[in-house]
Design a protein around this ligand. Structure first.
Ligand code: NAD
Length: 292
């Protein structure tokens, strides 16, 4: 069994990105600038956005955190998105989800200029993804593709079972794994909460991607020996032995499943760090796509 180490892989990519920024500066080109909009004070979102902004600064990107109270109206947020769309100094931006219930997330996603949509959630970018055209791939699935690439894991002809069909992870990942490219060319089964007899399906998988948010859900009896496993789930589980009072758990019963796998991502330190680095790769790509 080999660990797919997202922490060290993302570190290597950050060094490459840092070099690219340095080269851009040397040739008089603009420094990439990512903005992140955060609404409200949700602990998880604060941590995620903070990590994204910090990671950008570390590699020499400019980054701006725009933090708004959750009393912001939908119109005010849409006006802010419009401002960022028009701001030449901002190359890409994200609006951290989830948003408060009084704001329509779909409206906000649609308002983002697809050329600056580095989260890759706009329908234009999702369409380009399906057609394998240039655009932004959603950050978490793109991070997993990068892991397949960097570890040179063959995906062609393999049966890939994706568990979870969210618009940001499971659904796009299922499409990306089936595209005629590398990584891709897999035979894909997309499973979800209404799937019957999931175990019969996962037992046929060469590759399993879990993105459901249920700690320890995938157990050793559900996989065949040699499975390649990517665990997207991140859930806080109460834990009195930890200073913070919790530990992070993936969707996989790691202790018992890992020995049966050929490759597996740990949680934390697997898919998570790759998501952040994908966002930065997309921001650099935004500059190239926009001719800057
Ligand atoms: P979600 O929370 O929006 O939806 C959960 C999905 O799981 C649904 O599609 C549902 O059909 C499926 N599901 C639920 N129970 C199931 C069952 N018993 N069998 C099969 N499918 C079932 O999904 P999400 O936003 O993709 O988040 C999933 C997990 O991934 C969460 O823990 C989240 O925190 C984590 N996440 C991690 C990253 C990262 O960077 N590592 C990024 C995004 C999300």
């Amino acid at each position: 069994m080999q660990l797919l180490d997202g922490k060290s892989t993302s570190k290597a990519i950050r060094e490459e990105l840092s070099q690219a920024v340095h080269q851009r500066r040397k040739s008089g080109k603009k420094t990439p600038h990512l903005a992140a909009v955060l609404v409200g004070n949700d602990g998880g979102s604060l941590t995620y956005v903070g990590a994204k902004v910090k990671a950008c600064k570390k590699i020499g990107f400019e980054s701006t955190l725009i933090h708004k109270e959750d009393s912001i109206t939908e119109d005010q947020l849409l006006a802010l998105v419009d401002e960022l769309n028009k701001d030449d100094n901002i190359d890409g931006f994200i609006v951290q989800l989830p948003l408060p219930a009084h704001i329509d997330e779909k409206k906000v996603t649609l308002a983002i200029d697809p050329k600056k949509d580095v989260d890759g959630f706009h329908p234009m970018n999702l369409g380009n993804m399906v057609l394998n055209l240039p655009g932004f791939l959603p950050a978490t699935p793109a991070g997993m593709l990068e892991l397949f690439k960097r570890y040179e894991i063959e995906t062609e002809g393999k049966h890939c079972v994706v568990i979870g069909r969210s618009h940001i992870v499971g659904a796009p990942m299922s499409i990306m794994m089936g595209r005629n490219t590398f990584p891709g060319n897999s035979t894909v089964t997309l499973t979800h909460s209404r799937t019957k007899n999931l175990k019969a399906i996962t037992l046929q998988a060469d590759i399993i991607i879990t993105a459901i948010g249920k700690p320890g859900f995938l157990t050793a009896d559900m996989i065949q020996p040699g499975t390649i496993l990517m665990d997207v789930g991140i859930t806080r589980v109460e834990d009195d032995t930890k200073k913070k009072g919790y530990h992070l758990s993936g969707d996989v019963d790691f202790e018992n499943v890992a020995p049966k796998c050929s490759y597996i991502t740990p949680v934390p330190g697997g898919v998570g760090p790759m998501t952040i680095v994908s966002l930065m790769m997309n921001t650099l790509k935004a500059m190239e796509l926009n001719g800057k």
